[in-house]
Design a protein around this ligand. Structure first.
Ligand SMILES: Cc1cc2nc3c(=O)[nH]c(=O)nc-3n(C[C@H](O)[C@H](O)[C@H](O)COP(=O)(O)OP(=O)(O)OC[C@H]3O[C@@H](n4cnc5c(N)ncnc54)[C@H](O)[C@@H]3O)c2cc1C
Length: 471
């Protein structure tokens, strides 16, 4: 049996380990933390179980990446479909619920924006979304490593009509459909920020359509991310994958991986560590080559998070609040499922709140300035949250910053959410699965098509196909 080591048990690492096991490889999965999941992990405090970052799950139907994984495993975790997928509170006071049924979603938009004609644009969104998923599954070797791989694309002429949507951005499409309205743009930018990590002007419509369709299929796992990730941990066990936790890899020397004082050799190494962490894992000479490869300007976000227990029974568990405050443009609230006793005591819900922040504004601060900034963010978000939802009682409030994410998820500087595919980007400059080192591969949200659990699992499938083709 060929030996494979996967470094990092985030969503991408776990999916890659399971796919390597399906290729009949002998798999070891090394995780630095005491829990699996990375940005989709959890922690316990008092009577609550909090999701660290990711809270929503999508892509679980048969043709979705997670759906394909469940089919392969012949098992799936308990997931609860949410309708509305997400509720948006705009800064003008309007509330818009993203309904799963197309007609209900149109009615909702017509109610909030009666002067606009939404239907043609959204019909286009869903059409391009479903075709874009076909395109992704046909692009196993994207980003191309050579001309033969690029030519491979032309084997699927039915996908040609999609390519123009790479050269128009989502904002252009809104203008074309007569939907360029300030409040409408605020709503769509809110959706795009959580699913494509950028605003309409920066998102090619091909990606924008997938991102705008995403809340239609929103699921909440029983037990939150703990329930979801423990399902995968048990699957790893069932498939004889050796999962070693508290095993931070500090060095890779050709085919040998070191953590603590241990050394393991493998035929193949799959890195589920972010783009910025990779050079540090290699020796000086390799580091220089990798650093040279990676010196391209990439924008990624950091996250500011709040975790608290609240007394209540909130049924619409995913909500995005738009403040248009200069420091907090919007924040995303995730309540635990009201019935979920794995996460909070009767009558209470565990809440994770997150907002995008610029990492550069959080690093290099004096301890006092850092403390002040954290206090300021807590105050803005918590005051609005308590008033808006009429929260009378809270228990245990703590916050996370890019520093916290760096400490617990090992992501350098606390960059999270992945590398977005932005409008105007050269598709050939995207980070692909292969490296210049033979038998060393990459997956995760900083590798195409990355981003969110759905993207990283799609990436693991693309890598799997690439490996199968090459052996
Ligand atoms: C606040 C926030 C909210 C989000 N909300 C959602 C959401 O609702 N839905 C969604 O789908 N996505 C969401 N995302 C994005 C999603 O969480 C990530 O894109 C996805 O989980 C990334 O998975 P990954 O496997 O690429 O990386 P990670 O989750 O970062 O996993 C990498 C793993 O590698 C381990 N590791 C790192 N270095 C080493 C080393 N040297 N040795 C061993 N192990 C190592 C880490 O501990 C970690 O477990 C959110 C992200 C954040 C930050």
């Amino acid at each position: 049996m060929k030996k494979t080591i996967v470094i990092g048990a985030g969503g991408a690492g776990i999916a890659s380990a399971l796919l390597a096991s399906a290729r009949k490889e002998d798999v070891t999965l090394l995780e630095a933390h005491e829990n699996v999941g990375g940005c989709a992990s959890w922690f316990h405090r008092k009577d609550f179980c909090f999701d660290v970052g990711a809270t929503t799950v999508s892509g679980v139907t048969n043709q979705g990446p997670l759906g394909k994984l469940f089919k392969l495993l012949d098992s799936k975790p308990r997931l609860f479909h949410q309708d509305p997928g997400i509720v948006f509170h705009l800064s003008n006071g309007k509330k818009v619920s993203y309904r799963c049924d197309f007609e209900k979603w149109m009615q909702e938009l017509e109610g909030a924006f009666p002067h606009l004609n939404h239907r043609p644009f959204w019909l286009k969104v869903y059409k391009i979304n479903s075709k874009a998923w076909d395109l992704l599954s046909n692009l196993s070797s994207f980003p191309f490593q050579n001309i033969l791989e690029a030519l491979d694309v032309f084997k699927s002429p039915e996908l040609f009509p999609l390519y123009p949507y790479l050269i128009v951005n989502t904002e252009m499409m809104l203008k074309f459909y007569g939907l360029y309205d300030k409040d409408y743009l605020e709503l769509l930018n809110g959706i795009l920020l959580i699913s494509a990590q950028a605003h309409a002007e920066h998102v090619p419509f091909l990606v924008g359509a997938m991102a705008l369709a995403y809340p239609q299929e929103t699921y909440a796992p029983q037990g939150g991310m703990k329930g979801f990730m423990m399902f995968f941990e048990h699957e790893c066990e069932k498939h004889h994958i050796k999962l070693i936790k508290n095993a931070p890899v500090h060095k890779i020397d050709k085919s040998v991986v070191s953590y603590h004082d241990e050394k393991l050799a493998a035929d193949k190494i799959i890195l589920n560590v972010p783009y910025w962490n990779i050079p540090d894992l290699f020796s000086d000479s390799e580091q220089q080559t990798i650093k040279k490869e990676l010196i391209k300007t990439k924008h990624a976000w950091g996250a500011f998070t709040l975790y608290l227990g609240v007394k209540g029974h909130f049924q619409e568990i995913y909500q995005q609040i738009h403040l248009n405050h200069e420091d907090v443009a919007n924040y995303f609230v995730s309540f635990s499922l009201p019935h979920d006793r794995d996460r909070a005591p009767e009558g209470w819900q565990a809440v994770t709140i997150s907002t995008h922040v610029e990492v550069t504004q959080w690093i290099g601060l004096s301890p006092e300035a850092y403390k002040e900034k954290k206090k300021h963010f807590i105050e803005i978000i918590l005051t609005d949250f308590k008033n808006r939802f009429g929260i009378s009682e809270t228990k245990y409030i703590t916050a996370g910053t890019p520093k916290t994410f760096e400490r617990y998820t090992f992501r350098k500087s606390g960059y999270v959410g992945g590398l977005p595919f932005l409008y105007g980007m050269n598709p050939l400059s995207l980070e692909g699965h292969t490296t210049h080192l033979q038998n060393i591969y990459r997956v995760g949200d900083t590798t195409f098509p990355g981003q969110g659990l759905v993207g990283v699992v799609a990436g693991a499938f693309a890598l799997d196909e690439q490996i199968r083709k090459s052996t």
